[in-house]
Design a protein around this ligand. Sequence first.
Ligand code: SF4
Length: 442
Amino acid sequence: MTDDVVNFTYMLRLAYDFLHGGRKFQIKSNRKDKKLVSIVFPFSELVFAAKAIPIFPIRLEKYKVNTYLQALNSASSVFGWKTVTNFLGFVRKFDVLKVFDGIIDDLIDSLNDKYNEMYDIGIEEGISNDFCYGIKSLYGMHSSHQGIYDSNVNVIIRCSAFNKYYESLKRYHKNLIWLDIPPRNIGNALELCTENVKDTINQLEKLTGNTINDNDLRKYFRISNECKQLYREIIYDISSSDFYPCNPATFSEILALLSLSFQDFNSDAETYLKNFRNLVKEMKERIRKKIGKDVSNMPRILLTPRFGGWEPKSHEYIYDMGGRLLYADWEILGVLEPVEAYTYTDPIEAYAKFLMNTTTIGIGCDQNALTDSYIRVAKKMNVDGLIFTQLFGCHSISNCYQMLREKIRTELEIPTTMITFNKIGENLEQVKTRLGAFMEMF
Ligand code: SF4
């Protein structure tokens, strides 16, 4: 995996920006008078348009792997990222730079350790044990850096536990910005949602003192649309290729990292897009030159949901058992649909339409719609199997396995299994056994 990653310039860049780029905002002078707004869903366009800094809270944490990435970044500011990674690839051949052994494993491990640490803080702070892993760790993240954020955007999804968590944030934030999306697209729901988006824009304007005009909105919709299109290219085209630009387990890790960083575009939408474009270009280039791995005989398995918490060892196990594991949560939840950004459309209404669509097919937590979404994406990705994660403490999306299994049986006819999840690293033996039995089917 190390060989794969040290030659992946833009993968390193995205990882660096994700893990280290957020910490600088702890120092007020680095924010250049901009407001710091925490966010946990990939709806950062409005925050960017208000000239504020969106941040996914875990990015404020300190990671032990930072030392490597920091050294890389310092070198890259003198030589450029391309030269640095070419150099690393070159030196690696002589096995001198042992420090980079396992860099990607370190990166993912330290991120997972941090998630568990945040989970423990959440519990210590008194969050009910009945909540899912995602909510507990998010709560811990807010507690860990209370007082730093200027606000948090609360996008209302149809999970009552998640909305309780939003309410609890009043403890840490003076200003909470709300964005309510009507639960169903019936009657005047679109009108209501448009009014709600307007109201959110007003709240952001009040917080930042900046005016958000239509062109600001369109600019960030376009950036976000291109990122979504590139994301889909990776999910649908590159992931279905018989030759991968890297080891399949690294590929899974790239997918996991993309889904995390996609929430706030690493706080810099323009740079994120540039890195994303180059990452896709790099992947295609490596496939064309046959640098990577022939994966034609490895079954493609989709694991979902990943959003509320999942066992990251899964992709390692699946790889050891001869498969390749894929993650596509944002596509399943409808978040990768583009927002209309034509000059003749009203951007506020266009955003409301986009939000209504995501709530209808994904984040509305309607089990029938959600299971249809799993099937739709699994079909389009043409996967060979599906693993469903049943989260402890989730009474919404995690309860639909029976329904999903029935739909898979009648519509897809591919093997499926379910694994339970409470906390990273817990129950590893059980996960391994279950995945082993599942992989036997191939
Ligand atoms: S739907 Fe389930 S996994 Fe998602 S936030 Fe709610 S409880 Fe957690």
